[in-house]
Ligand binder design. Structure first.
Ligand code: FAD
Length: 586
């Protein structure tokens, strides 16, 4: 029989008439225990109101903009059975599925090396963060290393057309926004005058300082850099071919494939129209369009949207899925959505771009989605719909290396492919496609190739969106925990109670930590707010070290800093927090 459960506002610590910021469910929504039903906000803090029952929402008795008091009925849930606790078994942080393997015997295959222009112990194909790290580590372990890169400049996507130039431009965006925000506090600078040429030169200067440093370090380590596009011609032979047709053959005892990924495309877009941008051309900053459509609401698309909006573009974002930035918890993303919802022209989720037509007046985009118009005209369209691995472009079959239908290469914990002396690392082996993952995998591959014992056993790989506000997470997310049925308890600290966040004029942030209810060990962390990308490092270290809530809560964090919010979230979980009033746990 249907069991109707009234879910009421809990003890609000004496607060009355608390604002309902957002209602997160509607009649018909399915909820689980602890799912957020609504976000409430007082002058001290904002909090998500959790469901205490699982089932279908039959009635919603509050509305956004309204006020609530302790004991008010929020929703009525029809539940087959009342649920008080999630029932999944306690979890412990993941350990490596791959035990360390014995080292590759030195000298293996030496006699059989084919004749070639160059001979080496370790050949590294691709000089992105994965490739150059592998090459330098192998050289430091006394290997004779050849590094093959198709472009004359080292650094790959990350340094040249990814992480670094985008962060340089995001810094500019942040300064523009912060200067503008000060006008509310009596300090007005006036609108910024943007001169693209020096701005571009500065961004390019940041990149070339880093890539120049890489070239110098290759020399210092006696890593031989060969420019050319590499393709395997056998299990121990690679040919690097240059644009003029000349080539160099390299015989190797071991190889590390680090060829990264390329920009993915979707059909229906006139890519030969120069007004259609991808992440690489968008970073060239040719101009600041008046009307910019960003196709793709993932991290890269939203970072680009952030700086073009700050430079003056009216930005529209369209995303096929029902929310921005898939992978991040919704409560974190909501803070970003609220902010950019006020800044952008429009954000259309659950919307497909059917096609884009080049017209004299601009690029006409046709949409399919509930809230989107049928079509709209833009000056530029930036397509940021993901990246594809390059494993399908290196003649891997000639070396016997298996590549899947999407271009990914499978590896074991020692970064070995199916061919024992050939390793693969970075974007080409799979998600998450992040530079810090590639660099760590690189060290493992280089060490194993040099005959050392090593394996990739990181518990977490943090993710960061350098949007405004930043969103960062590491380890278990709430969404993942709920999907996988992993038991967890949460400690959260709203930045509206952080003096430092208030002083920065950014009090909308949150720090939340997920703990194993039985061991109290930290399982995951999510942070939204300025510097979230810096703050997540402490949580990542805590997870790697198997820290418990008490370790974080008892670590003295300097005051007043945003880093305090990590300790305070742990205190909130422990029940020892005094910077907030939280109702006592029953
Ligand atoms: P890559 O950096 O792709 O390097 C591969 C190299 O191999 C390239 O230099 C390529 O020219 C070369 N190559 C390919 N095929 C051949 C061949 N056949 N012969 C010779 N050379 C070849 N990650 C983060 O962690 N943080 C960020 O903030 C971040 N921001 C990003 C922003 C943007 C706009 C983009 C596009 C990406 C961003 N990334 C970020 C992702 C990051 O750039 C990648 O995860 C990282 O570069 C992967 O490193 P990699 O060494 O595997 O490959």
């Amino acid at each position: 029989m249907a069991n109707l459960v009234e879910i009421r506002v809990p003890d609000l610590g004496g607060y009355k008439g608390v604002d309902v910021l957002e209602v997160l469910v509607k009649p018909g929504s399915m909820v689980k225990v602890d799912d957020a039903l609504a976000t409430l906000s007082s002058d001290k803090a904002s909090m998500d109101l959790p469901s205490t029952a699982a089932g279908t929402v039959r009635e919603v008795r509050i509305q956004a903009g309204g006020k609530v008091n302790e004991g008010d009925v929020v929703v009525v849930v029809e539940s087959a059975e009342s649920v008080l606790q999630t029932t999944a078994s306690p979890s412990s942080p993941a350990s490596s599925p791959h035990p360390p393997e014995p080292p590759l015997p030195l000298g293996e295959g030496e006699q059989a090396l084919p004749t070639a222009d160059l001979q080496c112990d370790v050949l590294v194909l691709g000089a992105g963060p994965g490739g150059y790290t592998a090459a330098y580590r192998a050289a430091d372990l006394d290997q004779k290393v050849v590094l093959v890169e198709r472009f004359p400049i080292l650094g790959g996507v990350c340094l040249n057309v990814g992480c670094i130039p985008s962060k340089a431009l995001l810094h500019v965006a942040k300064v523009i926004d912060e200067a503008a925000a000060l006008s509310e506090h009596g300090v007005a600078f006036g609108p910024p005058k943007i001169d693209l040429e020096p701005l571009r030169a500065w961004k390019d200067g940041v990149v070339s300082r880093l890539t120049g440093g890489l070239a110098q370090m290759a020399k210092q380590r006696k890593v031989q850099v060969v420019t050319g596009t590499g393709t395997f011609e056998g299990p121990h032979l690679l040919r690097a071919t240059r644009a003029d047709g000349s080539s160099t053959t390299i015989a190797f005892r071991s190889a590390i494939i680090a060829v990264g990924s390329r920009i993915a495309q979707i059909p229906g877009i006139p890519y030969d129209d120069a007004r259609v941008l991808d992440s690489t051309s968008a970073l060239e900053l040719r101009d600041v369009p008046e009307q910019l459509l960003v196709v793709g609401g993932g991290i890269i698309g939203l970072e680009m949207a952030t700086f073009y909006r700050a430079l003056g573009s009216a930005v529209t974002v369209v995303e096929l899925l029902d929310g921005l930035m898939p992978g991040a918890d919704r409560d974190l993303v909501r803070v970003l959505e609220r902010r950019i919802g006020r800044q952008y022209e429009a954000i259309y989720t659950s919307t497909k771009v059917l096609r884009i037509e080049s017209t004299q007046d601009g690029l006409k985009a046709y949409f399919e989605g509930k809230k989107a118009p049928e079509s709209a005209l833009f000056d530029r369209v930036l397509v940021a719909v993901g990246r594809r691995p390059n494993g399908d472009r290196i003649g891997a079959e000639m070396a016997g290396v298996s590549v899947d239908s999407r271009g990914f290469i499978a590896v074991d914990g020692a970064m070995r492919t199916n061919v024992r002396h050939i390793f693969a690392i970075g974007d080409v082996i799979g998600q998450p496609m992040l530079a810090h993952k590639a660099m760590h995998e690189a060290k493992v591959a280089a060490e194993v190739a040099a005959g050392h014992q090593s394996s990739f056993d990181a518990r977490v790989i943090p993710s960061v969106a350098y949007t405004d506000p930043e969103i960062a997470w590491a380890g278990l997310t709430e969404t993942e925990a709920k999907t996988r049925g992993v038991a967890f308890e949460k400690g959260a600290f709203p930045w509206s109670a952080s003096g430092r966040a208030l002083a920065l004029g950014q009090a909308e942030g949150w720090t939340k930590l997920l703990f194993d209810p039985s061991t109290k060990r930290i399982l995951g962390a999510g942070i939204v707010g300025p510097q979230a990308g810096e703050l997540i490092a402490e949580a990542a270290l805590a997870i790697e070290m198997g820290a418990e809530a008490g370790d974080l809560a008892l670590t003295i964090h300097p005051h007043p800093t945003l880093s305090e919010t990590v300790g305070l979230a742990a205190e909130a979980f422990e029940g020892s927090i005094t910077d907030l009033y939280l109702p006592r746990r029953k």
